[in-house]
Design a binder for this molecule. Structure first.
Ligand code: FEO
Length: 388
């Protein structure tokens, strides 16, 4: 198995999870990568580990560089088990190593593993010298968990930010420029929408610190390493974390007897006639984690469901639950749907929009039974009124 020197005496020693398709509910169609890094200096440092079932892969890569028993420091930038999963087995080998983590990292790792390891707790601004290099630490709470932090090596202009700037991609290549901006940006956006989106305020704070660092490489814990397009991906994070979206629309719907589908098509026509890019996402064929990427970048979020048993279809309910948890803000919500007699379903969608603090300029866009030409014409007029 190939390890890779990404900077002089700094190696990628992670693992590639080619077959991963579900990362706690996130559809990872391209698999994923757990990136661990080995720094060889007067001290030997392992930055993060990999998921527990890929331990042998990581260990084989480490062994190609050093005897893993010689590891002096293990940095845990994040407690989540895709990065901490191999700590117990590493400490069985590197018995005298010290575990460096944030204050919340210490609490989390002790709760997770219940091991009496030697901890060194660091805070923002703390430095650990390892010989020719300094390791500097920046706490990045909630990007992705309260314990998250980044490690920065000023001599190398290298930032190791763990989950931030990651993408779920399994590849033989290690650098983003070997794959191309379009694919990597798409996966970085999907990753942001499904993992980082609720923590915009914390991301903006972390970006203030990152903006003051001299960086020529960002090596995240998932996917490919950024040695090009660094300004571009930081600009994307600034945009996404400030809830700035494009003048685009996404129409998310399910349908029982095609009536709500007819409404969705008319709404799409209005956006297209106004020259606004619009994406249709039928919940029967689209995964909610893919739809969240559209939500991240769209100003108009249109959600449709027929009324079923005084509520909405379970697919629409699942999507709204997922979206509310990810808490996008500053968008315009348009709820619509068909009904037979009660018509309460649409109210449920509107309530979800209100919980997200979306603007809801139209209420009650419902049509009874099969939409007629007049119904659809009225719907078109209503949508035209609020879309610009
Ligand atoms: Fe990749 Fe939040 O763990």
């Amino acid at each position: 198995m190939r390890h890779l020197e990404i900077k002089k005496n700094i190696y990628w020693v992670g693992a590639v999870d080619w077959d991963l398709r579900n990362f706690h509910g996130y559809l990872t169609e391209r698999g994923s990568t757990y990136n661990a890094y080995l720094i060889v200096d007067e001290k030997i440092v392992l930055v993060d580990t990999v998921k527990h079932y890929l331990f042998d892969e990581m260990l084989e890569r480490i062994k190609k560089v050093v005897d893993p028993a010689r590891i002096d420091y293990v940095i845990s930038n994040h407690t989540e088990m895709d990065h901490s999963g191999c700590l117990p087995r590493i400490f069985e080998i590197a018995k005298d190593a010290t575990l460096i983590c944030s204050p919340n990292g210490e609490k989390g790792l002790k709760r997770h593993f219940k091991k009496d390891w030697t901890f060194k707790v660091v805070n923002t601004g703390d430095t650990v010298n390892i010989g020719r290099r300094d390791l500097k630490f920046v706490l990045t709470p909630m990007v992705h968990w309260p314990d998250s932090m980044a490690t920065y090596i000023p001599e190398e202009k290298l930032l190791l930010p763990n989950d931030a700037f990651g993408q779920h991609i399994a590849t033989s290549e290690r650098f983003t420029d070997e794959i191309g901006w379009d694919i990597v940006r798409e996966e970085a956006a999907k990753y942001y929408a499904n993992i980082v989106l609720p923590f915009g305020a914390q991301v903006r704070k972390a970006l203030e610190t990152v903006g003051s660092l001299d960086i020529d490489m960002i090596a995240p814990s998932h996917g490919l390493i950024w040695r090009k397009d660094i300004k571009e991906i930081i600009a994307c994070y600034k945009k996404w974390s400030s809830n700035t979206c494009d003048n685009k629309a996404v129409i998310i719907y399910d349908t029982m007897w095609h009536s709500t589908e007819k409404m969705a098509c008319v709404i799409k026509d209005v956006f297209e006639e106004k020259g606004i890019r619009c994406t249709m996402r039928y919940l029967g064929t689209n995964h909610i984690s893919n739809i969240m990427k559209d939500v991240l970048e769209s100003r108009y979020i249109c959600v449709g469901s027929p009324t079923l048993n005084n509520g909405i279809l379970p697919t629409v309910s699942a999507f709204l639950t997922y979206m509310k948890g990810l808490a996008p803000k500053d968008r315009t919500g348009i709820a619509f749907g068909s009904y037979g007699w009660g018509g309460q379903g649409i109210v449920e969608i509107e309530k979800s929009f209100e919980m997200c603090k979306f603007q809801v300029p139209l209420k009650g866009l419902r049509i009874q039974y099969i939409p007629g030409d007049d119904d659809l014409s009225n719907l078109k007029n209503e949508i035209n009124r609020v879309v610009s």
